[in-house]
Design a protein around this ligand. Structure first.
Ligand code: NAD
Ligand code: MLT
Length: 312
């Protein structure tokens, strides 16, 4: 029996070697399928591998008559209909560790670019404006970074921020006093974190409980001139409330890697000079893409050949 694996988002060719080398597994990487085309094609495959672009809908899963496994090369599984997968007996595996470092580094890059207005200054230079007055930044040293979500990425960000001599206050329902002490951060409620922070960065998954966690009410409690970073998931920060908070002058700046609707090329937040943004690049490094592709490929091979998976 030969198993067929479809990869529908661009994955690192160097990372999918476990699949390429496996006996009895055939791999097709076809990355420009429409939803309708994927729904039609899926019928011939035992496994589907995706990043975040492919929306694995109920209809696609239902049509996967021989589909056994969906592999997500990355952390978030919010682009996969998990209820439908469960209902059809399809296992979903992700690769939660491989892009932690890259996402943490991207968050720090956004924090520093935000504090020093680097994208805005570069943009002005491209327009032949040597404008130093408009691009005065603030130091990170001595400022408080509020970290909401102290999982893999949040912790790495907290450690790096301490390297910038920032104070860190964090909230996570699973952060204990001992762990906070060990990490050298103080622990607070969401309310306390948003009240004391000069910069706030969110690192939770997008869940019912975290959707619009940062909303109009939260903005009213923040310091004037606070700056926010979202390299986790669009929707954790209420975009409408953020827009209003920036226009009112409450929020001095925001750095966004993710949006409620992606791709977000025509978003009103992008019209504000206080907003800097990247197109969901947190995990877009050679290393992270190789890591997640290797992890998820190993799991697919293990599962199709009857072994245990690492991250079901
Ligand atoms: P993780 O599961 O290790 O950590 C998430 C943390 O959020 C957990 O510690 C959890 O307890 C905490 N949490 C859950 N609900 C919370 C709440 N209501 N308030 C505060 N904390 C809460 O995940 P991770 O690997 O650190 O990833 C964090 C986020 O970053 C995810 O949304 C992931 O999809 C996203 N991500 C984005 C990129 C990117 O390209 N921008 C790359 C990797 C990960
Ligand atoms: C993730 O959840 O791993 C990220 O959003 C990264 C990605 O898939 O590009």
């Amino acid at each position: 029996m030969t198993y067929r694996v479809l990869i529908s988002d661009p994955l690192s060719e160097d990372g999918i070697y476990p699949l390429r080398e496996a006996e009895k597994i055939e791999v097709d990487m076809i990355t420009d399928l429409t939803a309708a085309q994927l729904q039609e094609k899926i019928v011939d495959y035992d496994a589907l591998l995706v990043r975040s672009q492919t929306k694995v809908t109920r209809e696609i899963i239902a049509n996967g008559k021989r589909l056994k496994i969906i592999g997500r090369a990355g952390v978030g599984v919010d682009n996969i209909d998990l209820d439908a997968a469960t209902a059809h007996g399809v296992i979903v595996v992700n690769a939660p560790d491989g892009n932690t470092n890259s996402a943490a580094e991207h968050t720090m890059a956004m924090l520093m670019a935000l504090a020093r207005k680097i994208p805005q200054a570069y943009h002005a230079l491209l327009q032949k404006k040597w404008d130093r007055k408009s691009h005065v930044g603030v130091e990170l040293k001595g400022k408080t970074l509020g970290v909401i979500g102290m999982g893999r990425i949040g912790r790495e960000v907290a450690l790096r921020a301490k390297g910038q001599r920032m104070k860190v206050m964090a909230y996570d329902p699973f952060l204990t006093d001992d762990k906070a002490e060990q990490l050298g951060v103080s622990r607070g409620t969401v309310e306390e974190v948003v009240q004391v922070a000069d910069f706030i960065t969110v690192h939770t998954p997008l869940l019912k409980e975290t959707k619009h966690l940062i909303n109009t009410e939260a903005f009213t409690k923040m310091k004037d001139g606070v700056q926010l970073i979202n390299c986790a998931r669009g929707g954790i920060i209420d975009e409408e409330a953020l827009y209003e908070a920036i226009v009112s002058g409450k929020v001095a700046g925001a750095a966004l890697d993710v949006f409620e609707e992606e791709p977000a090329t025509d978003h009103k937040l992008l019209e504000l000079p206080q907003v800097i943004a990247t197109p969901h690049l947190g995990a877009s490094t050679v290393e992270a893409q190789e890591n997640v592709a290797i992890d998820v490929s190993h799991d697919v091979v293990r599962l199709l050949t009857g072994d245990l998976v690492k991250n079901p």
